[in-house]
Write a protein that binds this ligand. Structure first.
Ligand code: NAP
Length: 243
């Protein structure tokens, strides 16, 4: 049984990831920011199924709130064995319309958060000489998304952070990988119409749109003993949209 902290686990990919880790017997720390009710409902669902979950409200773009979350995880479970940096926001805007505030919010929520959480999680993992970090990037971090330049830049930053940190922590028994999802049906893509989804599915080799479970299962694989010789990698979960 491991202790798994998932950022942004109140909804979407993060919530499904929390469900799957809990179902295999791991303790789960459900981080949320605004969706208190959804996080508490998920926590009750997991605990009433006989597994162990706790919630913690923290804005992961804030290093102090993030540090408090890891202190709470240590108090509850002793430390975090698996860190899933999943929390994220999206915004569609012409590059020339992106304001300083848009840029800061995007970079701090989607990239600085990964730095804060990894930094807070690592001392315990290094002491134990084992640990897993899985970061959630995006296919736009690999290939760039028009009208999502700040999002793409933050997600590309996650890939660079993942590769460099994997090299630094390999001898400490810690693997660091990321997944790069394609189009997944969640609140984040709720602005897309059914026609948009159909067009995107047409462009995808599998002819399908991804589900939160598709992304969550890839995360679970990268946290499992089966992936112990895999580090610094970007696993595309996009139905072949990015090959
Ligand atoms: P979602 O349904 O919109 O959920 C986003 C989650 O992030 C929510 O739980 C939200 O928590 C949390 N969050 C946002 N800002 C936060 C903050 N400052 N502090 C803590 N938590 C915060 O999105 P999703 O589709 O599941 O996306 C999850 C991850 O996958 C994101 O990193 C996203 O960029 C990435 N991704 C998604 C897709 C896709 O097509 N859906 C594709 C590629 C990559 P609250 O609601 O509690 O605030």
């Amino acid at each position: 049984m491991r202790n798994v902290l998932i950022t942004g686990a109140s909804r979407g990919i993060g919530a499904e990831t929390a469900r799957l880790f809990a179902a295999q017997g791991d303790n789960v720390i459900i981080n949320y920011f605004r969706s208190n009710a959804a996080a508490e409902t998920l926590c009750r669902e997991i605990n009433s199924a006989g597994h162990k979950a706790v919630t913690f409200r923290a804005d992961v773009s804030d290093s102090h709130e993030t540090a408090a979350m890891f202190a709470y995880a240590e108090q509850c479970f002793g430390g975090v064995d698996v860190l899933v940096n999943n929390a994220g926001i999206a915004q569609t805007k012409l590059f020339t319309d992106i304001t300083d505030d848009d840029w800061q919010r995007m970079i701090s929520t989607n990239l600085s958060s990964v730095f804060y959480c990894c930094r807070a999680a690592l001392p315990y993992m290094i002491r134990k000489h084992c640990g897993r970090i899985i970061n959630v990037s995006s296919m736009w971090g690999q290939i760039g998304g028009s009208c999502e330049v700040h999002y793409s830049a933050a997600k590309a930053g996650i890939i660079g952070l993942t590769k460099a940190l994997a090299k630094e922590e390999g001898l400490s028994g810690i693997t660091v990988n990321c997944i790069a999802p394609g189009v997944i049906r969640t609140d984040m893509t709720a602005n897309l119409s059914e026609e948009d989804f159909a067009a995107l599915a047409d462009e995808t080799p599998t002819g399908t749109i991804g589900t939160p479970a598709d992304a969550a299962k890839a995360i679970l694989f990268l946290a499992s003993p089966d992936s112990s010789f895999i580090t610094g990698q970007v696993l595309s979960v996009s139905g072949g949209f990015v090959v």
